[in-house]
Write a protein that binds this ligand. Structure first.
Ligand SMILES: [Zn+2]
Length: 84
């Protein structure tokens, strides 16, 4: 019997996790790494969002972040701010 390889999740070890995003201004679609995203966790769902700058048109994009997205972003190493 040989040891089973590839059973561990290693996507986060290299820091190369890419998040797909789209810009509502120029409707460009692109992938962002964790450093390009910022997550803000507020006291309610309305104040919990993630933001990034569109690499194509430079617009500041802010989108609501549900629980699943919050988990995804924090797990991917996105810097998190807590707003009051
Ligand atoms: Zn754009």
């Amino acid at each position: 019997m040989s040891p089973v390889s590839g059973t561990s999740v290693s996507s986060a070890s290299t820091g190369c996790v890419a998040f797909k995003a789209a810009c509502p201004d120029c409707s460009a679609r692109f992938e962002l790494d964790a450093a390009a995203l910022r997550l803000v966790i507020g006291g309610s769902r309305r104040t919990t969002f993630y933001s990034f700058t569109c690499p194509r048109c430079g617009a500041s994009v802010r989108k609501p972040a549900g629980e699943r997205i919050v988990e995804l972003l924090t797990g991917g190493g996105v810097s998190t701010l807590r707003s009051v």
